[in-house]
Design a protein. Structure first.
Ligand code: EPU
Length: 340
């Protein structure tokens, strides 16, 4: 594994913001990663990165930056209706989803067109249109960045939550303690459509599809996402910038009585999830800009780089949005991407 010095990261983060990695290495071998971590991980803890699609860089990275770019995907075992597949962390997510569909495997179709690499899927417990990674993730292979030792996390050990997992915090509160190298998914040859999300059901209905296949669902998700969410290849963004806040039922009821049109959804533990996009739109931010940093005009949950915005400018905008939502609704919005 070798390092490049003062490496520009603008094309390595989907916000397209300028920042520099003092030392940058592409990790394409698990053995090399283990060796480097054993030799250097403790003295110089690395900064880990995948596809850079869930990252806001507000300054340069001084720690050695490791981009996990291990490639490949394979069927581990195929017995009856259940099939275990393994993808390397650096596989781009959407092509991997399409590959599973081509193998006749179901379970990831609702997660089509999400940017980023496979390795980020368990970190964020990526979710969309009623399905989360946690439901099909069997286990996650990692390397302890402080010791170089491999460790497999079972699904339960990943402690998945809404856009959350153990990998976001590390077991000892150390971020980037575990570098994800491979992810295993338990998929099925039998298709059970997951159409709880109203817009997805409507999309299929509009296409006159009454008995959808997994590929039909994937195509419908691609159509919705393409319509609603800006393409990072065209305009810099990191998808939803804030998590949908989850509040206690009595708080939600009181908000509903003051704001009857507020979208609310049932969440685990009798809590209520509130649509952050709606809160931001009501706070008057949809389509607004502070210089080159803006709130997307089609979806208020997405911050965009109109061209040349710095990470600091995007963060200033995010803070202004947070402050207004806090003032109007008494709700604290939490960023979804990693803000550095
Ligand atoms: N809304 C507004 N104004 C807006 C945007 C949304 O009022 O500008 C309202 C919508 O009308 C709707 C509600 O907010 O009633 C929810 O909007 P949407 O269905 O678009 O979903 P979301 O909650 O904004 C979440 C995920 C997305 C995922 C979609 C579909 C989070 C933070 N975001 O968005 O994930 O694709 O649901 O499942 O949970 C991502 O994480 O980057 C991401 C795009």
């Amino acid at each position: 594994m070798y390092f490049l010095r003062d490496f520009p990261l603008a094309s390595f983060n989907t916000f397209g913001v300028a920042a520099t990695a003092r030392q940058f290495a592409v990790v394409s071998s698990e053995q090399a990663l283990m060796r480097w971590c054993a030799d250097h991980g403790k003295s110089t803890p690395p900064f880990l990165m995948g596809g850079g699609s869930n990252l806001l860089l507000t300054h340069d990275i001084e720690a050695p930056l490791l981009q996990l770019a291990l490639r490949g995907a394979r069927v581990v075992f195929d017995e009856g209706p259940t099939v275990l597949v393994e993808a390397m962390a650096g596989e781009p997510w959407h092509p991997f989803v399409l590959w599973t569909l081509k193998q006749g495997l179901c379970g990831l179709e609702n997660l089509s067109l999400i940017p980023g690499f496979v390795g980020a899927a368990p970190v964020q417990n990526i979710g969309a249109y009623g399905v989360e990674t946690a439901e099909s993730c069997e286990s996650v292979m990692t390397v302890n960045t402080q010791t170089g030792e491999p460790r497999e996390f079972s699904n339960a050990e990943c402690t998945f939550g809404y856009r959350d997992s153990v990998f976001k915090h590390g077991l000892d509160g150390v971020r980037d303690q575990y570098a994800i190298t491979r992810v295993r998914f338990r998929l099925s040859r039998r298709f059970t459509p997951r159409l709880d999300y109203g817009e997805l059901k409507q999309e299929l209905k509009n296409a006159a599809i009454t008995a959808p296949s997994a590929a039909d669902v994937s195509r419908a998700v691609i159509a919705i996402r393409s319509r609603k969410l800006p393409d990072p290849a065209v305009i810099g963004n990191a998808g939803s910038f804030f998590k949908n806040p989850v509040v206690a039922a009595d708080v939600a009821a009181s908000l509903k009585s003051r704001f009857p049109t507020m979208p609310q959804y049932a969440a685990p533990d009798a809590q209520i999830k509130i649509a952050a996009g709606w809160l931001i739109e009501q706070a008057g931010w949809k389509g607004r800009r502070l210089g080159s940093a803006g709130v997307h005009s089609q979806h208020a949950l997405v911050l965009v780089n109109h061209g040349g915005a710095t990470g600091a400018a995007l963060w200033t905008l995010a803070r202004a949005v947070q402050a207004d939502v806090q003032q109007k609704f008494g709700i604290t919005l939490e960023p979804e991407p990693r803000v550095v």
